[in-house]
Design a protein around this ligand. Sequence first.
Ligand SMILES: Cc1cc2nc3c(=O)[nH]c(=O)nc-3n(C[C@H](O)[C@H](O)[C@H](O)COP(=O)(O)OP(=O)(O)OC[C@H]3O[C@@H](n4cnc5c(N)ncnc54)[C@H](O)[C@@H]3O)c2cc1C
Length: 362
Amino acid sequence: MDTEKVDTLIIGGGLSGIYAASLLAAGKKSLALLEARPRVGGRILSPEYQGFFTDLGPSWYWPMINPKIENLIQVLGLKGYPQFETGLGRFQAKDGHAETIAGYPMDPPGWRLSGGMISIVRRLCEQIPRDVIRLNHPVCEIQRLDKGIQVIVGRHDQEPKCRLKASNIILALPPRLAAGSILFTPDLSYDLTQAMLRASTWMAGQAKFFALYDKANWRTTGLSGQGFSLCGPLGEIHDGSNGENMPYGLTGFVGIPALRRKKREIMIQAILAQLPLLFGQEAGQPVGIYYQDWAKEEFTATEYDQRAAHNHPEFQPPSGKTSIWDNTFHFAGTETADDFGGYLEGALSSAERAVSASIQSC
Ligand SMILES: Cc1cc2nc3c(=O)[nH]c(=O)nc-3n(C[C@H](O)[C@H](O)[C@H](O)COP(=O)(O)OP(=O)(O)OC[C@H]3O[C@@H](n4cnc5c(N)ncnc54)[C@H](O)[C@@H]3O)c2cc1C
């Protein structure tokens, strides 16, 4: 088996990995990005319905406090629009009884992106040479050599698919997932491994639902599309409509913890029974339905993520380290960011930090 050699190897094709690749692609060093899934985007997932992109991962950015995302959206020529929040909200008690309540606008205001969040990734990919991104390339081992690093691609229980060598690597995936699924030689220190395992992967335990409609009937009855429920299955609901035109949408997070969630079809039926109680009969008859259980995704969630994290953790580089192995191994990924860890903003800042360390180490 031939071993390809590159200057920099990026592991993970989510926003942080793809953004890092787009920054490095402008330079002269050779580059490869290994992505386990058959698609790029990672936690960004926006399936298309008749030209509209439903965000089943992140759907908001906050222009007032997310300067990097806001700037990237402008630079890439993309357009955002404010989350629709006009009108009253709905609240469902534990016994299923629903009542109308005052609206509760986001503070600071959240914005959605025309073309879905995946349009950021798509535009960035246009700046990366085609042969750089290798889909279906799960990394299972990372070995430090006398000179440089070797990465083995494949499954632990199968023959390796290929090997690549690099002068330096950027690990652009959740630290917990990396510590739980990749073998490191030599061993990472006990403290670093524990810190990586403890860094919960933001939203990895969540499931998200999107229902599309030709009309936004809830709006005509004075409702904003916002809802909170203590009985579920959806715990939090928002208007997920297209900016100016059809389709209209209701989207929400499942409130039932991953361990207690039933099969997809059963969950969808239960959600379709819940929506009319909150937003009227028509809400139970969408023209399109999407459901994504992130806790079941092997390239996002681990066993540790099956219990939901309720508060936003204070993320930071694992064990305070941004690079290891004599500055040849750099951490990226939103859970390693100093600020806005867990968010898209943190994915960008962690990528910028790793790219600048990688350029210095080459
Ligand atoms: C339901 C949900 C809602 C969210 N809402 C928001 C929001 O509204 N606003 C916001 O700012 N953020 C939100 N987030 C968080 C946001 O999605 C993340 O901050 C961001 O997408 C993380 O990007 P990343 O590149 O750091 O990680 P990831 O997107 O997780 O990328 C890691 C990549 O590594 C790949 N990979 C994994 N293992 C391997 C391996 N062994 N070998 C090779 N590749 C591998 C994965 O397939 C993936 O592509 C949400 C997330 C979810 C799930």
